[in-house]
Design a protein around this ligand. Structure first.
Ligand code: HEC
Length: 193
């Protein structure tokens, strides 16, 4: 009797082990992990245009994921005085894709693999360098990447994380969208109340 009970317990234990092994999902691919990292790191907040969702709430435009500030969309203007009077540091547009502040006006980049307007021509090494050094396109002599792109925060990511993000971005549908060049301070049109 005792032996039967022991056999049954061992059998049940073995069965649940096998069941566990079967349930375990396969390791994610680099692009799948990249998608997860992009989602939790808030890249969409600034890099994906928004459309009006239920109740007027802005939602991600899933036809233009991560394609940056839309080329013809209006953007905020400011003057140092205007911003000081409002006790503010920066202004953003309703899509959070364009940002005006002491650095001028910056526009979230097109991160889709479009050949002319996106990151199709970027190498993985320059993508890593851009996020590590805060230099435009990872070029040592490039201009500084402007706020509010939080590249300093992303320095905490491992190289494998950054490579996974790059793999995901390269797997996105390419969106042709020529993001405007940054506007230098003082060149922006006068802010309107
Ligand atoms: C708070 C807004 C914000 C968030 C969040 C954000 N970005 Fe950006 N990003 C920007 C802006 C604005 C620019 C344009 C900066 C410029 O022109 O110098 C930019 C530029 C870039 C560039 C181009 C840099 C270059 O060389 O010119 C890359 C690559 C990039 N972002 C990747 C990412 C990734 C990946 C994430 C998420 C892990 C992310 N960004 C999250 C605002 C943001």
């Amino acid at each position: 009797m005792r032996q039967i009970v022991v056999t049954a317990i061992v059998g049940a234990a073995l069965f649940s082990l096998v069941a566990c092994a079967e349930k375990k999902s396969p390791a994610p691919t680099a692009a799948e992990r990249g998608k997860y990292l992009v989602t939790i790191s808030g890249c969409h907040d600034c890099h994906t245009p928004k459309v009006e969702g239920p109740g007027g709430k802005p939602v991600l435009d899933d036809k233009r994921l991560l394609s940056g500030h839309p080329e013809k969309a209006p953007f905020p203007s400011w003057t140092p005085d205007d911003i000081k009077q409002r006790n503010a540091m920066a202004l953003t547009n309703p899509m959070l894709t364009a940002w005006a502040g002491p650095w001028g006006v910056s526009f979230a980049a097109n991160l889709t693999p479009d050949k002319e307007t996106g990151i199709a021509e970027w190498s993985e090494a320059s993508f890593i360098q851009a996020l590590r050094t805060g230099k435009h396109q990872g070029q040592p002599n490039g201009r500084n990447i402007l706020p509010p792109m939080p590249w300093e925060v992303f320095k905490a990511m491992t190289d494998d994380d950054v490579k996974a993000i790059f793999a995901y971005l390269r797997s996105l549908p390419a969106v042709k969208n020529q993001v405007p060049l940054p506007v230098v301070p003082g060149a922006a049109p006068e802010a309107k109340p």
